[in-house]
Design a protein around this ligand. Structure first.
Ligand SMILES: N[C@@H](CCC(=O)N[C@@H](CS)C(=O)NCC(=O)O)C(=O)O
Length: 117
């Protein structure tokens, strides 16, 4: 089965990291990363699937070519990313999301003594 989100990327590419960060901020927990610096044999496949684009990242959501990092941010700003993700990815479990939001404060007894003792 094809994963819902595929990103052709390079390990050291800042645009790829920015795109990954935005997707994670929007609740994506799984991205199938194809690192073309480690697997250069997959670069022609990326170019073919993205209609001739040669830069990374190239992002696909649910099989649809979204484009590069700028395209992803533009789609998000236009309000188009959330519905596309909702239609193509499993939302994170409610429990997982609320557990993150309510990080428990450290118990009083375990806090460092302000005198350093
Ligand atoms: N505007 C593009 C810029 C992407 C870009 O310039 N990526 C660089 C890597 S950080 C690239 O692919 N350079 C050519 C190459 O590495 O072959 C985007 O938003 O995705």
């Amino acid at each position: 089965m094809n994963p819902a989100i595929v990103m052709y990327a390079k390990t050291t590419c800042p645009y790829c990291h920015a795109a990954e960060r935005l997707l994670k901020e929007r609740g994506v927990s799984r991205i199938d990363m194809i690192l073309i610096d480690e697997q250069p044999q997959r670069r022609p496949e990326m170019i073919d699937r993205s209609g001739g684009r040669t830069t990374v990242p190239q992002i696909f959501i649910g099989g649809r070519h979204v484009g590069g990092c700028d395209d992803l941010y533009e789609l998000d700003a236009a309000g188009g990313l959330a519905p596309l993700l909702a239609a193509n990815t499993e939302p994170r479990a409610e429990a997982e999301a609320s557990a993150e939001a309510e990080a428990k404060p450290e118990p009083e007894a375990r806090r460092r003594n302000p005198d350093g003792r």
